[in-house]
Design a protein around this ligand. Structure first.
Ligand code: PLP
Length: 429
């Protein structure tokens, strides 16, 4: 397909992420984005129903954000963020803090979701060290995902993705997430684990475990877990890399709970999907433990591109758009569309479970194959949808939609129609 040889040349020189290079089809050459659509070199257009890996919020090539990046690029493209500062970074920090839970007081910049998690873990560990109570144990949820660097892999479920590195990962205690039916077990295991003096921190994806299969749980038990952690001086780290910036219907998933996390990780949607940027925010008491005459208490961590002005300009522009109240009304509209879809599909014989929260919808399909991630049905579903002009990237047998917020009713109806067709063809897709 296509009329240039880009896809062909790609096969000879690049190495794609999370891609089985041997079986991979020729990657589609995308030449343009506009609103909810991506266009390939043959002029076919596709609804981007997975927001290009959950990053896009306001549609592709949004002219307002593009303009703000261009203006910034002409003025100041980069400066080291050690002895220097600049308005885009300071404004962004002020604005984020005005939206974040009120206990958050400092913004630390990095480059992506994985680094925002690395920073959070290092902050928590060094915090305990700095206050004279070094602790070793970190708790995470089973089936969690926090990124692909060594620290972030360590705090995730051990699986096929990180198996070769297992001997190099630090030990964590994994506790079941409080999904339906597991609330008591989860809470009980926390109660037990936190009796140890050695618990340093707990990291979690609030309400939705994204890469783990868009697995969802309710706020009530998480609230109790967070309270327990606080009572035991265990640092709580909310990984809002996927759930931030309105995805769950509220600005942060953490807003569904009254107990606020000590540290929050942000990335993905932060720049509206334009530039890589990671953020770790923390509560004042954590920051204070690093401010001392004793230089060994310094946080010795940083990246060359820390607080890149172009990324900060994109994030500020995205916030301008997010702060318009119509935007959250539209997210509510998407949420109610998905709620209706869930009700329609939940008793379908081909479906194990259907779930939704905010602008996220997921369905788990019954298949003969029992494996989750490597389930072949995912490939079949994505090529079926692609032929119908929709881009999805199922997690094995879990099909999900996480569209840019600009998606309209007619486009949502296209997703629904294609889902109907797919379900009517299963298992012979
Ligand atoms: C995607 C993701 C990450 C990793 O972010 P990258 O930018 O891909 O490194 C971390 N945590 C969660 C919850 C994610 O969904």
């Amino acid at each position: 397909m296509g009329n240039s040889d880009i896809s062909e040349r790609d096969r000879k020189v690049t190495w794609h992420p999370f891609t089985h290079q041997k079986e991979a089809a020729y990657p589609l050459n995308i030449v343009k984005g506009e609103g909810v659509y991506l266009f390939d070199e043959s002029g076919n257009k596709y609804i981007d129903a997975f927001s290009s890996w959950w990053v896009n919020l306001h549609g592709h090539a949004n002219p307002y954000i593009a303009e703000k990046i261009y203006e910034q690029a002409k003025t100041l493209e980069q400066v080291a963020f050690s002895d220097f500062t600049h308005a885009p970074a300071v404004m962004l920090a002020e604005r984020l803090l005005s939206h974040l839970p009120t206990n958050q007081s400092r913004i630390f910049y990095s480059d992506n979701g994985s680094t925002s998690v690395e920073v959070a873990l290092k902050m928590a560990i060094q915090y305990q060290h700095n206050i004279g109570t070094p602790k070793k144990k970190i708790i995470a949820f089973e089936n969690g995902y926090h990124g692909d660097t060594f620290g972030s892999m360590s705090v995730a479920e051990r699986n096929v993705f990180n198996n070769p590195f297992a001997p190099f990962l630090f030990e964590v205690q994994l506790i079941p997430a409080p999904i339906k039916g597991m609330e008591k077990t989860s809470l009980g295991q926390f109660d037990h684990a936190l009796k140890s003096e050695d618990v340093c921190a707990f990291i979690y994806e609030p309400l939705i475990q994204g890469a783990g299969g868009m697995v969802m749980y309710e706020p009530e038990t998480l609230e109790k877990i967070l309270k327990l952690c606080k009572a035991h001086k265990c640092i709580t780290i909310a990984d809002e890399v996927m759930t931030g910036f309105g995805r769950t219907g509220k600005f942060w998933a953490s807003n569904y709970m009254n107990t606020k996390p000590d540290i929050i990780c942000l990335s993905k949607g932060i720049t509206g999907g334009f530039m890589p940027l990671g953020i770790t925010s923390c509560a004042g008491f954590i920051y204070d433990a690093f401010v001392s005459d004793d230089k060994t208490k310094t946080f010795y961590h940083g990246h060359s591109y820390t607080a890149n002005p172009l990324a900060c300009a994109a994030a500020n522009a995205s916030l301008d758009l997010l702060e318009k109240h119509e935007l959250f009304e539209h997210v509510q509209f998407i949420a109610s569309f998905f709620e209706r879809m869930k009700k329609k599909y939940q008793n379908h014989p081909a479906i194990i479970d259907c779930r939704n929260r905010g602008a996220i919808f997921a369905m788990e399909l019954k298949t003969e194959e029992r494996t989750h991630y490597l389930n072949q049905v995912g490939r079949k579903i994505s090529s079926f949808f692609l032929k119908k002009g929709i881009i999805v990237r199922p997690l094995g047998n879990i099909l999900y939609f996480i569209p840019p917020y600009v998606i309209n009713q007619a486009q949502l109806e296209e997703l629904e129609k294609c889902t109907d067709e797919m379900l009517s063809l299963l298992p012979n897709l």
